[in-house]
Design a binder for this molecule. Structure first.
Ligand code: ZN
Length: 158
């Protein structure tokens, strides 16, 4: 078979199968854009509620949130796809203190619920100046900057 004939054959095959091909592609697209679970984790939903209270109602979210096994050093991700959802690394979350848990959830909500990008930069104390910093500070930073972070949660444009 020469190249010309092969092209014609391919075209005929495409014309015959284009509808099923399109449907197949559509289903594949929807599947890879959909979270694995259809219900949020109750534990994490409670943290979302805590953030809502902490931010005086500024950060609210109906975005699905679940535990997952993420690749180190990622501890949380907001998937901004056809369906938005948040995944939090289970092992890291279990290990974290209450404040660090709240900070991680608030950070991911900043992405998924408020559409914010990272706000990087360090304060004079050497700690991330904003809770939307790409890296969560260590425990000492979180303790020293806690009030500043909570203030940001109440005041950011969400
Ligand atoms: Zn982030």
């Amino acid at each position: 078979m020469n190249g010309q004939k092969m092209l014609i054959g391919l075209k005929k095959w495409y014309l015959r199968n284009r509808i099923s091909m399109l449907i197949f592609m559509l289903i594949t697209l929807v599947l890879i854009n959909t979270p694995n679970n259809f219900e949020s984790s109750v534990v994490l939903e409670n943290y979302v509620k805590k953030i809502e209270r902490l931010s005086k109602g500024n950060i609210k979210s109906k975005v699905q949130i679940n535990f997952a096994d993420l690749k180190y050093p990622v501890i949380g991700t907001c998937y901004d796809r056809a369906i938005k959802y948040i995944e939090i690394d289970k092992a890291a979350f279990d290990y974290f203190t209450e404040k660090k848990r709240l900070l991680i959830i608030a950070h991911e909500l900043g992405h998924c619920a408020c559409g914010l990008d990272h706000i990087n930069g360090y304060g004079t104390n050497g700690c991330p100046a904003h809770f939307m910093h790409e890296a969560a500070g260590d425990y000492s930073c979180i303790r020293r900057n806690w009030n500043r972070y909570v203030k940001q949660m109440k005041e950011l444009d969400c």
